[in-house]
Design a protein around this ligand. Structure first.
Ligand code: ZN
Length: 137
């Protein structure tokens, strides 16, 4: 997010300039057009800032673990595999309870002791949703 911050003042100036020019063209005098343009620019920047913060809060790289105790910060990335022929990167995590997890495509799997991958959560829109207990495999 820090890399986006320098863009915000520029965006404000750009929106303010365009709005002021448009308002001036609509017949307002310059002081009124400028102040309203600045206000419009500020509003746009504010909305974008709020949207960025909201997305940052909603987005979770990992779901809560099956024991309900581990959140994103408790998951440690332990392995990373290059994309397979299907183009999916495999991200292996271990949570604080020691469960082995695999994030591949839109699915978050629990990897059992015997290496079986059991789908746990699926990324849908903005959330991790439960995957119905599927048949073994
Ligand atoms: Zn855990």
């Amino acid at each position: 997010m820090a890399t986006r911050l320098p863009l915000l003042p520029l965006l404000w100036i750009a929106v303010a300039a365009v709005s002021a020019a448009a308002l001036r063209w609509l017949g307002l005098d310059w002081p009124a057009a400028l102040s309203r343009g600045m206000a419009a620019g500020f509003l746009v920047v504010l909305l974008m800032g709020v949207a960025t913060l909201l997305i940052g809060r909603l987005y979770r790289a990992t779901p809560v673990c099956k024991n309900g105790c581990c959140r994103e910060k408790d998951f440690e990335l332990v392995d990373f595999r290059e994309p397979d022929p299907a183009g999916d990167v495999e991200l292996h995590y271990r949570c604080a309870c020691g469960v082995h997890w695999l994030h591949r495509g839109r699915i978050f799997y629990e990897v059992r002791e015997d290496g079986r991958r059991v789908p746990y959560r699926k990324w849908v829109g903005l959330w991790w949703v439960a995957v119905p207990e599927s048949k073994d495999g």
